[in-house]
Design a protein around this ligand. Structure first.
Ligand code: PHE
Length: 382
């Protein structure tokens, strides 16, 4: 049985424990707390790890310059393990436990969709650096992106294949269960057909697919001049290797931004020699305002940045810019300031946030040649 004394001792322990918890969770008034949810492990881990490096550089620069409105920026990172359910939980934690005033993330559209729902219903602004699926921002007043959408990317890919490469007959290969992959295949189809092209074969595969030989053979039977494959890099390495066995060379493929990973080159540079893909950036992009970022990134990380790092940097800086212009430090004031982002000079181009909270900015076409990503051309749509 509990004596009066032990009850007293216990309750003071509880009080102490609570004090301890609230002391560590207490937001210091001289800090701006931002949450970031990323795929730091799991299937698409290079997406999260590369993005994090860009965010870290932006934070370092902001704090070295005295912070924002005299306050230091603190980013709390959470790993969603490349999983949408985890993404939901991590965003909830960042908002409820850490009291983040804004959220950065994710890369893959499927996970931004999940995390964005939580941020939107909690009325905390979220900026995704790289999720391009059209409906990420639709009807969600608190969800923004600092990248273009798949409506823009699909149109550019279609125009590039039709006008620059001069192709008429195209096959489509995509993940039918993924909103990014299937959505981008759809917008490509729409614009390619409108431009007088023909889709001679179209193959959707399930998320867990590892054997693409049958799909590739069926595509081949339609005699396409190009196969448009908006497939994430992990599966694209397998696709490219299996395609080579069937006599399909790199020049037969065009892809989307989901190809962006050093692992694509490590796994299938030879197989993809001569392929093109639409992207946000290229290491040799000829933009004046990208140069300072490249220099600063190399000084901190030794290696050169890729597109994901550049996008992480841009999303963080676009958010910090909004925080610095906001009438106060609340999520609501930051949301309003984000809507007013105009001609923001990013490492991935100059961008303006439109009324649907999407970024209006250029789309780059990258060529895989000599084992590297190289700038080929760019389009600016309006
Ligand atoms: N755009 C992809 C998506 O929405 C993610 C991505 C962006 C991947 C940039 C690589 C590079 O899911």
């Amino acid at each position: 049985m509990l004596t009066r004394r032990s009850v007293l001792a216990l309750s003071s322990l509880v009080v102490l424990a609570n004090l301890g918890v609230s002391a560590c969770n207490k937001k210091s008034d001289d800090e701006i707390v931002v949450g970031a949810f990323l795929s730091l492990t799991g299937e698409d881990s290079t997406f999260g790890l590369d993005t994090k490096k860009g965010i870290e550089l932006a934070v370092e620069q902001a704090n070295a310059a005295g912070g924002i409105k005299g306050k230091k920026v603190k980013v709390i990172y959470e790993d969603d393990k490349s999983n949408a359910t985890e993404a939901t939980q991590k965003v909830r934690q960042l908002i409820d436990r850490d009291k983040a005033v804004a959220i950065l993330g994710e890369v893959a559209s499927s996970r931004t969709k999940a995390g964005g729902l939580v941020a939107n219903s909690s009325k905390v602004p979220l900026v995704t650096p790289s999720s391009t699926a059209v409906d990420i921002t639709t009807g969600r007043e608190y969800v923004f992106r600092s990248c273009f959408t798949d409506a823009q990317q699909g149109e550019v890919a279609a125009r590039f294949v039709r006008e620059k490469l001069g192709k008429t007959n195209v096959g489509l290969l995509f993940n039918a269960q993924d909103p990014y992959s299937s959505g981008l295949a759809d917008t490509f189809r729409e614009h390619f057909v409108k431009a007088g092209g023909k889709i001679v074969a179209s193959k959707g595969f399930p998320s867990k697919e590892t054997n693409f030989t049958t799909y590739l053979n069926e595509l081949k039977a339609g005699n396409p001049e190009i196969i448009f494959a908006p497939v994430y890099y992990t599966q694209m390495v397998t696709v490219a290797r299996q395609a080579k066995q069937l006599g399909l060379s790199g020049a037969s493929f065009v892809g989307g931004d989901g190809w962006e990973s050093a692992d694509l080159l490590k796994g299938a540079a030879a197989e993809l020699e001569g392929a093109y893909f639409t992207n946000h950036y290229a290491p040799d992009v000829p933009w004046e305002h990208s140069k300072a970022f490249m220099t600063a990134f190399k000084a901190k990380n030794t290696e050169a940045p890729n597109g994901l790092a550049a996008q992480g940097y841009d999303a963080a800086r676009m958010l910090f810019d909004a925080v610095s212009r906001a009438s106060d430090g609340t999520p609501e004031a930051i949301r309003v300031a984000l809507t007013q982002t105009k001609d923001f000079k990013g490492a991935t181009g100059i961008l303006t946030i439109d009324k649907d909270r999407n970024a209006n900015k250029p789309v780059v076409v990258v060529k895989i040649t000599g084992g590297a990503f190289t700038y080929s051309t760019e389009y600016k749509l309006n």
